[in-house]
Ligand binder design. Structure first.
Ligand code: FE2
Length: 371
């Protein structure tokens, strides 16, 4: 629907009108005049609708779009953006990156940030943006359906899927009964040389932040030192931890729950690893969320809110349950049957927004020589 087309139609109309003005005799020619007049009216209508279509897309003629800063990978959530785009006609421009990195970029860019929506891997990054006042309040009707534990107390971000911490153990070498009731129990020397962990991973950092928030700085430091005394194997991410457990390089590993199911999917059920969720609301099975917030500086917040709505729709919630093996957060959408219910895992007094001080966690880890 270009300007060129519209100009062409207008030219044809001119020719028709010129012809009509030359034919003045009644009879056959009169019918011709009426026909030409009809065609002219049609052409005017077509041209009018084309002009209207062209102007709906904005002054530059482009289709409506939003920009998402996504800390979740394209491999995991790219399909969801594609489906949203197909359903709404809103073009989704995505910049992928790490949670912390994208959060700092948003703060640096300030009012000029092209981001309309931030999709974080954990609540800590959203809490950090909330503290800086750069997020906009979401509509109440969107927040109403989601457990208050999984949204900002000020209504500026909302979780769209849940992920639990878990202890992955090698099911050939470890009996579930040998595992301690709390993650704190892995400082026991019986675990010397048997633990795998990913100390620089964002979810692990959130977990250590939770230890600091719930038990205080000293106890968090003691736990880290206790694990280090057990000479843990260090891995770069959760996948590597689960892999190491599966091949028997270590007996147990600290990870997020869903990585195991991806390995089972690829390797079949004989992959010798299982998830253990320390019971009674232990932090070793704490539930964090991947969630979203709309930027206060967004000039198209209503489009960004539509994407939030989509991520909380049954279609997207099912996608999280079936494709990423996470916990859907909208009631009534079932999680993978191998998982405990999200309510069983929930740590009573932990507010996810309180996990924003990742920097304090990095400082603590540096202080004890982990980096
Ligand atoms: Fe992850």
């Amino acid at each position: 629907m270009t300007i060129v087309t519209i100009v062409a139609i207008l030219k044809i109309m001119n020719i028709l009108l010129a012809l009509a003005s030359r034919i003045r005799t009644p009879g056959v020619e009169g019918t011709l005049v009426r026909r030409i007049a009809h065609i002219g009216v049609l052409a005017i209508l077509v041209a009018g609708s084309l002009v209207a279509t062209a102007s709906c897309g904005g002054s530059d003629g482009a289709e409506p779009s939003i920009t998402v800063y996504s800390a979740r990978s394209q491999q995991l959530v790219g399909k969801l953006f594609d489906r949203f785009q197909a359903e709404t006609g809103i073009d989704v421009q995505v910049r992928y990156g790490g949670s912390g990195e994208l959060a700092s970029t948003i703060l640096e860019e300030g009012e000029n940030s092209p981001a309309d929506l931030f999709f974080a891997q954990d609540a800590g990054a959203l809490g950090a943006l909330e503290a800086e006042g750069v997020l906009r309040r979401l509509p109440d009707e969107l927040l109403r359906g989601i457990d208050s534990a999984y949204q900002s107390q000020n209504g500026v971000w909302v979780g769209v899927s849940g992920r639990a911490r878990s202890v992955v153990f090698n099911s050939d070498s470890v009996e579930i009964g040998e595992l301690p009731l709390s993650i704190l129990g892995f400082t026991d020397p019986v675990w010397k040389g048997r633990i795998g962990w990913p100390p620089t991973n964002a979810s692990f950092l959130s977990f250590v932040t939770a230890l600091r928030v719930v038990y205080g700085e000293d106890q968090a430091r003691d736990w880290l030192r206790g694990i280090i005394a057990n000479q843990p194997h260090r891995y770069k991410n959760n996948s590597a931890v689960v892999q190491a457990v599966g091949v028997g390089e270590v007996d147990v590993g600290f990870a997020n729950h869903y990585y195991l199911y991806r390995f089972l999917e690829e390797n079949g059920p004989e992959f010798p690893a299982a998830n253990y969720f320390p019971p009674n609301g232990d932090l070793g099975a704490m539930v964090n969320v991947a969630g979203v917030g709309v930027l206060a500086a967004s000039d198209t917040p209503e489009r960004a809110v539509r994407l939030v709505e989509y991520l909380l729709s049954p279609e997207a919630q099912k996608y999280f349950a079936d494709t990423t093996y996470e916990f859907p957060l909208v009631p009534g959408i079932p999680a993978d049957p191998r998982l405990p219910s999200v309510d069983e895992l929930q740590v009573p007094d932990l507010k996810l927004g309180d996990l924003k001080d990742i920097q304090g966690t990095l400082d603590l880890m540096r202080e004890i020589g982990m980096f």
